[in-house]
Write a protein that binds this ligand. Sequence first.
Ligand code: 5GP
Ligand code: MG
Length: 180
Amino acid sequence: MTTPSQHEIDTLFSEKEIAQRVETLAGEISNDMSNELLVVVILKGSFVFAADLIRAMDRAGMAPRVEFMTLSSYGKAMKSSGRVELTRDVTEDVGGREVLIVDDILESGRTLAFACDLMAARGASTVKTCLLLDKHEKREVGIEADFVGFRIGDKFVVGYGLDLAHMFRGLPYIGVVRQN
Ligand code: 5GP
Ligand code: MG
């Protein structure tokens, strides 16, 4: 079994850098979307980001409603399986709603494309996306996020909600697992 002590983590974005960027993102969203939007959080990786983002949105004068959806494409591996599965659905009707999908990382683009297509198929009036991290060079599906926290290279990151085999979600910063 892998344990946290067997890994070394190098900080990529500190708590302070993340907090500043989240505040700016909320400002960008409030300039672009209506105050009563529906935030759809893709679990599990984005729960910490979403918790900070919706409070920053409140400070920016917005009053978002929040729903959760669990999509999985990774399992325990560090490489995507290429298939996206819906394992937990939203409970509200998204028909006619202005939806902001919040997710952790945009990599191949499959997860986000799946979520966007689903919201559009259910009749959302607008579907926009806010991603904490964008691994631009790894894209396989033609999709871009409307709001991006940070662009990163091809590194496996953990912390701030992101896991490696269920570990490290509670780290307050975003870090890179050192490959030994
Ligand atoms: P995509 O469908 O865009 O290829 O994959 C995006 C999903 O893969 C993310 O939502 C995230 O769950 C997972 N993922 C991609 N890269 C990383 C990474 O560096 N670290 C972690 N923990 N998850 C990742
Ligand atoms: Mg994810």
